[in-house]
Design a binder for this molecule. Structure first.
Ligand code: SAH
Length: 483
């Protein structure tokens, strides 16, 4: 298996500095599954090419493996030695570790300079065809050329093989190019991944930092990279969503900002909000409830104290918040019968999630304003179309009230991570549209001190489905509604 990297950057010999491999030598490296060789077939000031040749030893691969890896036993005869696969990724990360990490002591400025680069993968097995290759590399700024090979040139009637020669060209830093190859090469192939383990998720997220979250094919990439292991896949996506939502320097955006806290403190608005939500949930008669975007679990604690709620599930996209919630609720120290009532799950509201189906009610408190408009429409479907609880209790800030806080500069939101804050009219328009679309009725309630002109600081919508009456045993009520 051969990977070649070429540059016409001037002087092209810089490539050898970046790769940390001497241009005049042929160097070999022992890997657990074979050998890798690095050499330069052309070295001039105008053009320089480096090759990584991988020599996979299919017999050596099997030797000394545990039973867990016994899938390899049937693989004495296979295409692995000849095609670009996860083995090549491993080789890239080991042989070009320093280059991939973007380090170059002698010429630090070189590392951060995008230069014209071409990479060619001699034999890449692709499930999904040429279009798939383009969809993977083009969004990252490469031009792509893919040539498909026939199964056997002597027997054209046998048709096409799944193997392509792929050339990608772009102006990139070398570290970017190597990282893109490292993550994407295994994605093309669907063979058992040589190196999938739980830490693979961490590797993917680390190597994908800064580009994967915004890649239009991130779901495919993640699913295939993690070889369809749904638990890892779900976690990866949620964390990518989080990365995408969070500004790099506002890691703690899910926590109340000092500003929001200081504004709201004198009213203990947070307590009033949870009180109002709790009251609405109680009144709905719900026995099973979701707290969506549960954060650090304040509402969960109150729900736990009320025995009306037999099953309580808190979900959040932020693992950190869930960890804090788990500690605060002392979940590990609750008696079994209590602990069994409550479950914390990690997930994102912008993806349909079977675990959210079949609940009587859902609370979603101060969450929607953290989502950009396209994500908000995804959330609408997740919640009202798929999870479809009979009651949804939803709160969001009332922007009109912001003028009441002198310390809040005009036009500024209460929290740096808020994507919007709505007026009462805007919230009601949205809520009525959603209710109408998904077959709910909605009523509105103010939370916190009410001002005649600008209303209350928080607004709450209580959505109920008409199915609610049908599913409850309130036959009399049903009669009355019909009558
Ligand atoms: N409901 C809590 C926390 C509100 S802060 C309370 O009333 O105190 C908003 C919360 O929404 C954060 O914990 C944040 O991590 C979570 N969140 C943001 N986007 C989300 C998404 N797409 N899916 C699930 N939770 C999300």
């Amino acid at each position: 298996m051969l990977l070649t990297i070429t540059t016409e950057h001037k002087p092209a010999t810089d490539l050898s500095f970046l790769l940390h491999k001497h241009p005049d030598r042929f160097q070999s490296f022992d890997l657990s599954f074979g050998q890798a060789h690095v050499f330069y077939p052309e070295v001039t000031e105008d053009r320089c090419t480096a090759c990584l040749l991988l020599d996979v030893d299919p017999v050596g691969m099997v030797r000394g493996k545990t039973r867990d890896q016994s899938f390899l036993l049937g693989h004495y005869v296979n295409d692995r030695p000849y095609v670009a696969s996860s083995f090549l990724s491993v080789a890239i990360s080991q042989v070009f570790r320093t280059a991939m990490g973007g380090r170059c002591q002698e010429r630090p400025e070189l590392v951060t300079t995008p230069i014209p680069l071409t990479a060619r993968l001699e034999v890449l097995p692709v499930r999904g065809g040429e279009g798939f290759v383009q969809r993977m590399f083009e969004p990252l700024g490469y031009t792509v050329e893919a040539v498909r090979h026939p199964l056997d040139e002597r027997f054209p009637e046998w048709g096409e093989s799944p193997y392509y020669s792929v050339t990608i060209t772009g102006t990139k830093t070398l570290a970017e190019l190597l990282t893109h190859l490292y993550v994407l090469i295994p994605v093309f192939d669907n063979e058992k991944h040589y190196f999938v383990g739980d830490d693979e998720l961490e590797k993917l997220l680390a190597k994908g930092a800064g580009w994967l979250a915004s890649h239009p094919e991130k779901e495919q990439i993640t699913r295939r990279y993690l070889k369809n292991r749904s638990s890892l896949y779900r976690e990866a996506l949620a964390r990518l969503v989080e990365e995408d939502l969070t500004e790099p320097d506002s890691e703690t955006s899910e926590l109340p900002s000092p500003l929001e806290e200081s504004l709201e403190k004198p009213l203990s608005l947070n307590d009033q909000r949870h009180g109002a939500v709790l009251a609405a949930l109680r009144a709905s008669g719900a026995r099973t409830v979701l707290d969506l975007g549960c954060g650090e679990g304040k509402l969960l604690r109150e729900l736990l104290q009320d025995r009306q709620f037999e099953q309580i599930v808190g979900m959040d996209v932020s693992i950190r918040s869930l960890e804090i919630a788990q500690k605060r609720l002392k979940l590990d120290r609750l008696p079994d019968w209590q602990a069994e009532r409550l479950k914390l799950i990690h997930g994102s509201l912008i993806y349909r999630d079977k675990r959210l189906e079949g609940f009587d009610a859902a609370a979603i408190v101060e969450v929607i304003e953290h989502l950009d408009p396209p994500r908000l429409s995804a959330l609408e479907r997740t919640l009202f179309e798929f999870a479809r609880p009979q009651t949804v209790v939803l709160t969001t800030p009332n922007r009109e009230y912001n003028v009441m806080w002198e310390s809040l500069p005009a036009g500024q939101f209460r929290h740096a991570d808020h994507r919007f804050e709505w007026t009462r009219q805007e919230f009601q328009d949205w809520a009525m549209r959603v209710a109408g679309q998904y077959g709910y009725a909605v009523r509105f309630l103010p939370i916190g001190p009410e001002d005649e002109k600008v209303g209350s600081p928080t607004q709450m919508g209580v959505f109920t489905t008409s199915e609610r009456e049908a599913s409850h045993e309130h036959a009399g009520l049903r009669e009355r509604i019909r009558g």
